[in-house]
Design a protein around this ligand. Structure first.
Ligand code: SF4
Length: 136
């Protein structure tokens, strides 16, 4: 783990700008735990949550988004369900694909002003975030 390019840790503190919740279409993959937590936060059951806010894509469940790509729970300038947001969102920007190389991480910084700023996350913490995404 120590020979990874981020062996000194990486700085990140969310600025709540909403850039990662909006724009180009994408997928927010949900685990059973994510669905349960989000439904509970909304005070509805999981079936209702799935019908109202989710879509099935290639056998997996993803959140709905608006035609412009904004997440269905985006509520300018942030997430309407922030405290119950899914693992994929909690783990951002420590996603495996963004950590493959320093170059990939640096490119992502162009759209996320929180990367490279604020709290330093240790390699161990970063691995925990990566595992959250793999498991979702
Ligand atoms: S783009 Fe970065 S700073 Fe902006 S809301 Fe997303 S994680 Fe936070």
């Amino acid at each position: 783990m120590n020979n990874r390019w981020y062996s000194q840790g990486l700085r990140f503190s969310c600025r709540q700008c909403g850039s990662c919740c909006t724009g180009a279409p994408g997928y927010v993959w949900l685990s059973r735990e994510d669905i349960g937590a989000m439904a509970e936060a909304l005070g509805i059951d999981c079936r209702a949550f799935l019908q109202k806010y989710c879509r099935r894509v290639q056998g997996r469940i993803s959140l709905l988004e608006y035609e412009n790509g904004d997440c269905v729970f985006y509520n300018s300038p942030g997430c309407a369900l922030y405290s119950a947001r899914p693992a994929q969102c909690r783990a951002f920007p420590f996603w495996p694909q963004l950590l493959k190389s320093r170059g990939r991480w640096e490119r992502e910084k162009r759209r996320c002003p929180g990367m490279g700023e604020g709290e330093t996350h240790s390699p161990g913490q970063i691995e925990e975030f990566k595992a959250m995404v793999r498991g979702s």
